[in-house]
Design a protein around this ligand. Structure first.
Ligand SMILES: [Zn+2]
Ligand SMILES: [Zn+2]
Ligand SMILES: [Zn+2]
Length: 256
């Protein structure tokens, strides 16, 4: 299984429009972060987790012309705001894109993109086939088994995903013990870390490190990173080698 970070930034991305801080002004390409998203490729399937506002740019950058599924963690726009651009994939494949999310999130997609779900839609609207998932049971895409993991984003329930040796959790600041069991022992953990200071709805850097240690993951990559985290290179030098900030376009192989 190969994973590619399509975006590692917080909701505004990095650089932030109009910001003159050291991170936003950095010339290091690892300090340029599109909205959080990850591509998972197996021998015969391609899954994307989240399709935020940078979806079009991310697919262009990754050279992607087909996806077997898009998994959504929650309904915030930095995770769903790019779905209108599935049209490009519809034109190529001649079929709807399969979307997997919990019911509340799918309801939100229907109200955010009402024209896509109208009775007699305008020709050329994005075509999405909505599949309801829950934290109570796993689901499959082809031969890939995906275990949804319940996490909390302040009060909002969000889904993380365990897929073989990978656990992906974003936009969380709390994981119940019973759900932690689902991600324990993963080879690679991807977890959100917004900045060093604490935040109401996101893990801080030290909280994300605690989660990494509790899961016993071999390697942890931090994502959904704000410009307030600091320079990529400087922060990674302070971190242990098995817990590092991810960066856009980072690719990792996870043995199946
Ligand atoms: Zn987010
Ligand atoms: Zn900044
Ligand atoms: Zn969010």
């Amino acid at each position: 299984m190969k994973i590619t970070f399509y975006g590692t930034g917080s909701s505004q991305g990095v650089p932030v429009i109009g910001c003159k801080c050291d991170v936003c002004m950095s010339s290091d390409s690892n300090d340029k972060r599109l909205r959080a998203s990850i591509l998972i490729e197996t021998r015969n399937k391609k899954l994307l987790i989240d399709a935020g506002t940078d979806f079009r740019q991310q697919l262009l950058r990754g050279g992607i012309s087909d996806l077997d599924a898009i998994l959504l963690t929650h309904e915030h726009k930095d995770h769903t705001g790019g779905l209108d651009d599935v049209r490009a994939l519809n034109y190529i494949s001649g079929k709807p894109v399969e979307i997997y999310a919990e019911k509340r999130v799918l309801d939100s997609i229907c109200s955010e993109y009402p024209y896509a779900f109208a009775d007699n839609p305008y020709p050329g609207v994005p075509e999405m086939n909505l599949n309801t998932i829950s934290d109570e049971t796993y689901f499959t895409v082809g031969d890939i088994k995906i275990v949804p993991v319940r996490v909390f984003h302040y009060r909002l329930p969000v889904l993380g995903f365990r897929i073989d040796g990978l656990a992906y959790v974003t936009d969380a600041n709390r994981i119940e013990l019973s759900e932690m069991k689902k991600i324990c022992g993963c080879r690679v953990l991807v977890v959100n870390a917004l900045r060093k200071e604490s935040h109401l709805a996101h893990f801080s850097l030290s909280q994300a490190i605690d989660v990494a240690r509790e899961t016993g993951s071999q390697q942890t990559y931090l994502t959904h990173i704000s410009h307030q985290m600091g320079l990529h290179r400087a922060v990674n030098e302070e971190l242990p080698t098995n817990i590092q900030l991810a960066y856009d376009c980072l690719t990792i192989e996870i043995p199946e």
